[in-house]
Ligand binder design. Structure first.
Ligand code: NAP
Length: 245
């Protein structure tokens, strides 16, 4: 069966690195983005059997359309890497606008739920599908909690881990594996663009046991392992990739 990977938030950072690595390994790839089409086009440049798909993961109708467009262009989705995420502007909880908190939960947690639900509908052998693999992106923030920065983001990713644990058991007999990669601090634009605190990276670096920031490719290589048959006995696992943090 040919491998078709839908990467939510595939236009930048960890998603883009995973799309590129997967494509080099033979996966057809659909690169989802929300607003930055130029970034999505850049991520798809040079890839074979790759498309870009606009869609907001916090909208269930967009998520269904993303799967439809991918299937129309590349065939049945067999793998999903759910990387779309935001932190919201960094602040203490009491100072954060409710809209920022709600949007973060909507994208990170509701988005992961919508994407999982749509994937199961199409992959479940019980529903006529051929099985598949879902890999979510959590965060080391789940256990650190991100005080003073974005505790709502940490909470949203805690939800993603619970989703991973529960759904993996729910669909284990339906040919679907569900796992999550759990990155520590990674060099992407999320810090400047989403949290609005680009200096955060250098501030936190000394507290990382390896004393350096991870590269998107160092998360992508673990995502590839979780997507691939090499991890065939793994489901419901959360794999921390954090330089020891
Ligand atoms: P990034 O470089 O900022 O990329 C974020 C991606 O998500 C972009 O492709 C963006 O596309 C997309 N996106 C944002 N909102 C979306 C929405 N509503 N619908 C669809 N796509 C949306 O971020 P990154 O650092 O690679 O982060 C990827 C994942 O890793 C996130 O879930 C993040 O929470 C997690 N993570 C990152 C780090 C880190 O240090 N970088 C650490 C732990 C976990 P547009 O620009 O078009 O909106």
């Amino acid at each position: 069966m040919s491998k078709v990977l839908l990467v939510t938030g595939g236009s930048r950072g960890i998603g883009a690195a995973t799309a590129k690595m997967a494509n080099a390994a033979g996966y057809a790839v659909a690169i989802n983005y929300q607003s930055d089409k130029a970034a999505a086009e850049a991520a798809a440049q040079g890839l074979k059997n790759a498309i870009i798909v606009q869609g907001d993961v916090s909208k269930p109708e967009d998520v269904a359309r993303m799967f439809d467009e991918t299937e129309a262009a590349l065939g049945k989705v067999t793998h999903v890497f759910n990387s779309a995420g935001v932190t919201g502007k960094s602040s203490r909880l009491v100072d954060a606008p409710l809209e920022v908190i709600r949007q973060t939960i909507d994208i990170n947690l509701m988005g992961a739920i919508y994407v999982s639900r749509e994937a199961v509908k199409r992959m479940s052998t019980r529903l006529g599908g051929k099985g598949g693999v879902i890999v979510h992106v959590s965060s080391a923030a789940v256990v650190i909690g991100s005080p003073g920065e974005y505790v709502w983001y940490a909470a949203s990713k805690g939800g993603v881990e619970s989703l991973t644990f529960g759904l993996s058991k729910e669909v284990v007999d339906e040919g679907i594996r569900v796992n999550a990669v759990v990155p520590g601090m990674v060099e992407t634009e999320i810090h400047a663009r989403s949290s609005g605190d680009a200096a955060r990276v250098e501030r936190i670096r000394p507290s990382i046991p390896m004393k350096r920031i991870g590269k998107p490719e160092e998360i992508a290589s673990v995502a590839m392992f979780l997507l691939g048959d090499e991890s065939s006995y793994m489901t419901g696992a959360t794999v921390r990739v954090s330089g020891g943090r």
